[in-house]
Design a protein around this ligand. Structure first.
Ligand code: OSB
Ligand code: MG
Length: 371
């Protein structure tokens, strides 16, 4: 396929409510959007999940904008036959920048699928019509607020919650949620907030409250601490930030540092990279699931298509549109269906309509690149 143009937009969407994690509070989400147009008029969209500040990962809107505008998009437009695989190969020599690369790769997958008349799910080899999901619950102003929030999500139909934790917001809030909801599947995610010597402390409160999974408690390079926590634990130990490529996954598997893998399209550089890593983990007997980054409907649509692969055997961090944004960029919105699921869109590409009028309203900057 040949491209005609690429557009790089910078957008801002306000979250329904602030999302607090161990690394900070997000009230609105500023992000980049890549829009590719092929010679024959097909359009593909990809979202860049890098945030304004380098708190979850080192990439930011600024670094991604720079990489996309000065390298990835101009180089892509000079390429004769574009494809997700060719883009991955051509940008492999650039270290890191995975969120920026993923914005382009996902847009190329959208285009490639449309060119075949397929959905992104089918293009990837996914067969599920609905994907099982849960909800990620930020740190709340009080224990009462947390129990109330979780209760509302359960009423809405979510069957699994992931509580954001940090030192000082762990034992008591997790126990309160367990007491209020004795049968609920509870996961926790610390986003690297604990020192490596906190292994026994974490094991203590997690097992006392019947937590099913503990995600990324230690810094991303602290593989040995994650391996220690994994040994003999009654819960799964999940890695998120630690796993960015094949080598980091191989080393973590060899060290037995994980019993679950959160795969985010942006963190690993795209949909096909996420699929490859899920395959590798499955061969080692480690279950994978699709993570989220508070995406707009465009990024979420890509993630829902990814989660349609049978490789992902735990419920995803993909919730209904109304959990994130009042007004989203896509139509129809994602709504929670029976059994805590989202429906995989059936149409070509990402299978949802991008609302250009909303997009223009929330757009802060735009640049177009031509061949
Ligand atoms: O660690 O999984 C994370 C959101 C922003 C940054 C990091 C994380 C998250 C989430 C939200 O947990 C998941 C979602 O998009 O629903
Ligand atoms: Mg996480």
């Amino acid at each position: 396929m040949e491209l005609r143009s690429a557009r790089l937009d910078e957008l801002e969407l306000e979250l329904v409510e602030p999302f607090e994690t161990s690394f900070g509070v997000e009230k609105k989400r500023r992000f980049l959007l890549v829009r590719l147009e092929s010679k024959d008029g097909l359009i593909g969209y990809g979202e860049c999940v890098a945030a304004s500040e380098p708190l979850y990962s080192s990439e930011t809107v600024g670094t991604a904008r720079e990489m996309l505008a000065t390298r990835f998009l101009p180089e892509l437009l000079r390429t004769r036959a574009v494809s997700p695989a060719a883009f991955r190969a051509a940008t492999d020599r650039y270290r890191g920048q995975r969120m920026a690369k993923s914005a382009v790769e996902t847009a190329l997958v959208d285009l490639a699928a449309r060119a075949e008349g397929y959905s992104v799910a089918r293009w990837l080899g996914g067969r599920r019509r609905r994907v099982e999901v849960g909800v990620s619950v930020g740190i709340q102003p009080s224990i009462e607020a947390l129990v109330y929030r979780v209760g509302r999500y359960i009423e809405a139909g979510y069957r699994r919650v992931k509580l954001k934790v940090r030192p000082g917001w762990d034992t008591v809030p997790v126990r309160a949620v367990r007491r209020a909801f004795p049968d609920l599947e509870i996961w926790v995610d610390a986003n690297q907030a604990y020192p490596p010597n906190a292994v026994d402390r974490i094991r203590g409160w997690a097992e006392a409250s019947g937590v099913a999974q503990v995600e990324q408690p230690f810094p991303e390079r602290a593989i040995r601490a994650h391996a220690e926590l994994t040994r003999g634990a009654q819960f799964r130990v999940c890695l998120d930030e630690s796993i960015v490529d094949e080598a980091s996954l191989e080393d973590a598997l060899a060290a037995r540092a994980l019993t679950s893998l959160n795969l985010k399209t942006g963190r690993v550089g795209g949909l096909t990279a996420a699929r490859d890593l899920a395959r590798r983990a499955a061969r080692a007997g480690v279950p994978s699931w699709v993570g989220g980054m508070l995406e707009s409907g465009i990024g979420r649509a890509h993630n829902v298509h990814l989660a349609s692969l049978g490789l992902f055997t735990l419920p995803a961090d993909l919730s209904a549109t109304d959990r994130y944004y009042r007004q989203d960029l896509i139509e129809p919105p994602f709504v929670l269906g029976p059994g805590s699921t989202l429906e995989v869109p059936r149409g070509p590409g990402i299978g949802v309509e991008v609302r250009e009028s909303v997009l223009r309203r929330v757009r802060r900057a735009s640049r177009t690149f031509r061949r």
